[in-house]
Design a binder for this molecule. Structure first.
Ligand SMILES: NC(=O)c1ccc[n+]([C@@H]2O[C@H](COP(=O)([O-])OP(=O)(O)OC[C@H]3O[C@@H](n4cnc5c(N)ncnc54)[C@H](O)[C@@H]3O)[C@@H](O)[C@H]2O)c1
Length: 248
């Protein structure tokens, strides 16, 4: 397998899309690191995957914290010596509220967890990727970053930033053998939806032409493709996994 001996880190890998992505990448032969601020849940997921014969470690990290992200990368490098694939997946949806009710602290938290984290995690792995002349980074954006969801302005703004970051970094490192792409899921059936009101979830679902919630495995499959050599001529792109919600 092309991925034998290669190491992938998935942030927010304890559950939801991150967990499904870790499963998909480990089936491809990658050694996995599940990085999550919920260490107990990451350890539980890692134990389940290990029992299924996968090579996987759990690492505690708050992706919004520079020192924590640097410790996370160092722990993985100490154990495995390299990071070949970074999936920047950890994120929060925030509270559904009109702009005038959004507190400054909520805005700041969203920018830190859903956007600054991408900057921090990419910086923590890029040096090694540049030295090896290869690597793949996949950022989990959202359809909200392309279309804008009312009552989710901080989230929509942060995710639009993730898409811009992806396109710019892809061009910056294209000559160094590193590909950078994003995925834009629409509404996916994970625990993150509990942060929102049922009305907000229904609003998002009604905008999906395929007429249903997506499953984490359906996002994971696209991320695994973008990580693989099958996507060797793909960089700087944002792939929708949205049941057809956006048409561009
Ligand atoms: N579920 C959806 O409908 C949907 C749609 C579009 C985009 N997304 C994006 O997909 C990604 C994963 O979401 P999910 O639906 O699997 O959510 P989830 O809540 O099921 O899982 C998120 C994981 O990230 C971890 N996490 C949260 N903040 C963190 C932090 N600061 N540091 C480290 N770990 C942290 C959580 O502990 C959790 O394990 C997010 O970036 C989200 O914005 C989700």
């Amino acid at each position: 397998m092309e991925s034998q001996g290669k190491v992938a880190v998935v942030t927010g890998g304890a559950r939801g899309i991150g967990r499904a992505t870790a499963e998909a990448l480990s089936r491809e032969g990658y050694t996995l690191a599940l990085a999550d601020r919920d260490l107990a849940a990451a350890q539980e997921a890692a134990a389940e995957m290990s029992a299924a014969g996968r090579t996987v470690m759990a690492v505690e990290a708050d992706v919004a914290d520079r020192a924590g992200v640097e410790r996370m990368a160092q722990a993985i490098l100490d154990s495995h010596g390299r990071i070949d694939v970074l999936v920047n997946n950890a994120g929060i949806a925030g509270r559904a509220a009109p702009l005038l009710e959004v507190k400054e602290s909520e805005w700041d938290e969203m920018m830190a967890v859903d956007l600054k984290s991408i900057y921090l995690c990419c910086r923590a792995v890029l040096t090694g990727m540049i030295e090896r002349g290869s690597g793949a980074i996949i950022n989990v954006a959202s359809i909200a970053g392309k279309e804008g969801n009312p009552n989710m302005i901080p989230y929509s703004t942060a995710k639009a930033g993730v898409i811009g970051f992806t396109k710019a970094l892809a061009k910056e490192v294209a000559g160094q053998g590193i590909r950078v792409n994003a995925v834009a899921p629409a509404v996916i059936e994970t625990g993150i939806l509990r942060q929102l009101t049922p009305e907000q979830v229904e609003y998002m679902k009604t905008r999906v032409p395929l007429g249903r919630l997506g499953q984490p495995e359906e996002v994971a499959a696209v991320i695994a493709f973008l990580a693989s050599e099958k996507a060797s001529f793909v960089t700087g792109q944002c792939y929708d996994v949205s049941g057809g919600r956006a048409t561009y």
